[in-house]
Design a protein around this ligand. Structure first.
Ligand code: SIN
Length: 480
């Protein structure tokens, strides 16, 4: 029976941060989906929100709480910001490749709803890619590709997970299991997330009796590049608006004010304004005409590359945009030490978790901060845990991960969530979504599709339970 100390599920910033801070002489293993399926960290353009100095900590806390629309856990926000501040200092000492000016001073960008320019970036808008490869270089543990198909939970303890690699299924027994598998964006028809982000671990955790919280707080990014297919839309970072890009329509008119917003309003407001304007029959664009082409190529290399890939030619003028699902504020409920509620030996961090740091609407660039900070917190919690558990053995779950027809079912989930639980939802659309998803649950499904369906159904049931608009959960006019 394979028995290790720590199993880390995921390969993004949260997983790698946990691995970085685990105690020496730990037998740890990192398991993630194959890289070609993508990982959300790689798509993080904006950067990492971090107080400029100790005097800025309170103002970063205040901005986070304000954006969170009254639903943040204040103690967790304080922890996030102060731990994030300390941690960025440590990462800088280790050589983290944050951008600097010609005098060596850190460059900081401004993003929506931040009172100050406090966003650290790496390689301009390639922050996620750069930070992930920095952390990967520091990884001291073996890593392998595989899909988690089950968590080995009995009563109040987790003993590890079942991993599928090709046709092989195997139980990996671990004293501590850390879930850092990301959110559920690929369950939405229009998203900035890569296709691997199917919310399976949230569904597995719920199936095994763990609590999911705030699943209806789904954040939509206002400026995804509006391409045709595929579902994953390239992001045009908020930092572009922080540096002067404006949002205009097909009459070249700045229209956000009509909806009580401006380019630097919180993301939920801007998304709703863009969504409503498109719904009224207009088109929406990000006006990039004020940018020097070379500056754009150097400081926004990801966005620049995507604009070219999708057929726009420099100088770009204006780029067509639409809101897209971007980030899950909800997830597996944890306490402030990253422990999954009521479960020994199980932790959840990053977008997979609901720590309460983001409330109903995450402040821009707080996601990498949270992923890194809670990775470190999980590692500290594990280091201070001296409890022991009896060894236990479990059978290996036999159902196939996927069956024919799953693709069609996933597409129905995506259309249902996007159209009925998207930027705007209402009780009629949510009730309809609930019945569509319930009907899907009667079908013969692969194990992992069944778990994604649990996640989707929980998003809808939490949305139905929240009767008032709050943050990213916006109840529009009743539809049919
Ligand atoms: C962006 O660059 O606009 C996204 C940053 C974030 O998701 O916080």
């Amino acid at each position: 029976m394979a028995q290790i100390d720590i199993l880390i599920i995921g390969g993004g910033a949260a997983a790698l941060s946990a691995a970085l801070f685990l105690p020496e002489k730990t037998r740890a293993l990192l398991v993630c989906k194959p890289y070609n399926l993508g990982c959300s960290t790689e798509y993080a353009q904006g950067g990492i929100a971090c107080p400029i100095d100790a005097d800025d900590i309170q103002s970063h806390i205040d901005d986070t709480i304000k954006a969170g629309a009254g639903r943040c856990r204040e103690a967790v926000v304080k922890l996030l910001v102060s731990e994030g501040y300390e941690l960025m200092g440590e990462l800088l000492k280790m050589g983290a490749p944050f951008d600097r000016d010609e005098n060596g001073a850190l460059l900081r960008a401004k993003e929506a709803a931040h009172g100050k320019a406090r966003i650290l970036r790496a390689g301009g808008d390639q922050t996620g890619v750069k930070i992930r490869s920095f952390l990967l270089e520091k990884l001291r543990y073996p890593a392998r590709f595989g899909e988690v198909v089950d968590l080995l939970i009995e009563n109040d303890r987790c003993y590890g997970a079942t991993i599928a690699s090709g046709d092989l299924r195997e139980n990996i027994y671990a004293r501590h299991t850390i879930i850092a598998s990301g959110g559920f964006g690929a369950l939405y028809a229009v998203t900035t997330n890569p296709p691997s982000i199917l919310g399976e671990l949230q569904g597995i955790a719920a199936f095994r009796g763990r609590k999911l919280s705030d699943m209806h707080f789904t954040q939509f990014h206002p400026t995804a590049l509006a391409t045709g297919a595929p579902a994953q839309k390239p992001l045009l970072s908020e930092a572009l608006r922080g540096e002067g890009a404006t949002i205009i329509d097909d009459r070249d008119r700045r229209f956000l004010e009509d909806y009580g917003a401006n380019e630097l309003s919180p993301r939920d407001l801007v998304s709703r304004a863009v969504f409503a304007h498109i719904k009224s029959g207009r088109k929406a664009y990000l006006d990039l005409s004020g940018f020097d082409e070379r500056y754009l190529r150097e400081r926004f290399a990801s966005a620049y590359g995507k604009l070219i890939e999708f057929g726009l030619k420099p100088p770009f003028g204006k780029a067509p945009i639409s809101p897209a699902f971007h980030y899950a504020m909800g997830g597996i409920a944890i306490d402030e030490r990253a422990r999954v509620l009521d479960t020994k030996g199980l932790y959840a961090i990053g977008e997979a978790a609901m720590s309460g740091a983001h409330g109903a609407n995450r402040l821009a660039s707080n996601s990498l901060t949270e992923a890194l900070a809670f990775g470190a917190i999980a590692a500290e919690t594990i280091a201070s845990d001296s409890s022991s558990a009896k060894e236990r053995s479990f059978g290996v779950i036999g159902e196939p991960s996927r069956v024919e027809g799953d693709g069609e079912v996933l597409d129905t989930i995506r259309d249902t969530l996007w159209n009925r639980a998207g930027v705007e939802r209402d009780s009629a659309s949510l009730n309809k979504a609930a019945s569509v998803l319930e009907a899907l649950s009667e079908r013969k499904l692969g194990l992992l599709t069944r778990r994604s369906l649990i996640t989707a159904r929980t998003i809808i049931s939490h949305a139905i339970d929240e009767k008032q608009s709050v943050g990213a959960h916006y109840i529009g006019k009743e539809s049919v």
